[in-house]
Design a protein around this ligand. Structure first.
Ligand code: ADP
Length: 274
């Protein structure tokens, strides 16, 4: 086994223009929800987008994208296609409730297979929903996948921010550019139209400032986000005209802008319509 931090052989994905990891220091902060809606927002205006669920221990992309079947890998052509997004997840092979008890190298083996042996075709963006945390599996993945950059999702509470900091540090160590930090469940707007800051608001922005990385935006706590995710039709697809969907589209625009900055591209590309 390679010791942590050792330089690993990068895999090559020449047909994929940008590979973006969505990461979080801890579980339950809304990382998969951000990855899914970000992929759908990027797909607007005809971008070719793939979504790889690398959260092998708790794949939630199948539920969020409305695919509950388990497929026979010998007879199924992966990636699957849903709402125009190319999809791969361990949850298509085993039921999501089946706990995967694997060590880092095993996780890495399967993810490398998903990346290199599945015909993704030409993609403008491949969004990877990383497992939460900064363990061996995440470290190996970030070292071997030619990532354009990482988006870190946090909630405003200190417990989440402390772990988000660890995520930042991991990407720094492996020299993957951090495209920025998203604050999820940032605030709640009640039926009275008032804004409630249930958890302490603003921690994500503060962390971004401290770490000198871009702040990508705030996503409100909204039951519709959870309802749509549970129903397998993410809000950006279900209700693209909603204010929340527009927040994700704005996030996608900022991610595209940051990815291009990091890649050193200067030509102007049209941003998505809000
Ligand atoms: P993670 O990938 O970080 O474990 P998930 O994306 O699975 O987190 O989200 C955890 C739960 O929180 C899910 O039920 C999801 O629908 C819900 N959720 C995520 N973001 C929001 C939000 N902004 N508002 C309301 N519910 C949310």
């Amino acid at each position: 086994m390679q010791p942590q931090g050792a330089v690993q052989q990068k895999i090559s994905m020449p047909n994929v223009k940008n590979i973006i990891a969505v990461a979080s220091g801890k579980g339950g902060v809304g990382k998969s929800t951000v990855a899914t809606n970000l992929a759908l927002a990027l797909h607007m205006h005809g971008r070719r987008v793939g979504l790889l669920d690398a959260d092998i221990y708790g794949p939630s992309i199948p539920i969020m994208m409305g695919i509950s079947e388990v497929f026979d890998p010998n007879t199924t052509q992966f990636p699957l296609d849903r709402y125009g997004i190319k999809l791969m997840s361990m949850g298509f092979w085993v039921k999501p409730e089946t706990a995967m008890i694997w060590r880092g190298p095993m996780v890495h083996k399967y993810l490398t297979m998903f990346l290199t042996q599945i015909p993704w075709g030409e993609l403008d963006y491949l969004v990877i929903d990383l497992p939460p945390g900064t363990g061996d599996a995440q470290l190996t993945l970030t070292q071997t996948v030619p990532l354009s950059g990482a988006v870190i999702v946090t909630t405003p509470q200190d417990v989440s921010l402390i772990d988000a900091r660890k995520g930042l540090e991991m990407f720094r160590q492996v020299r993957v550019p951090v495209l920025g930090i998203v604050e999820n469940m940032s605030y709640f707007v009640g039926e009275d139209g008032k804004r409630y800051e249930i958890f302490r608001h603003g921690g994500g922005k503060k962390l971004a400032k401290e770490a000198d990385v871009p702040f990508l935006g705030e996503i409100p706590l909204d039951p519709r986000i959870a309802e749509c995710g549970d129903a397998g039709d993410p809000i950006v697809h279900k209700d693209p005209a909603s204010l929340i969907a527009k927040t994700y589209v704005q996030l996608a625009n900022t991610v595209v802008e940051q990815a291009r900055k990091v890649a050193g591209e200067t030509a102007e590309l049209p941003t998505l319509q809000l």
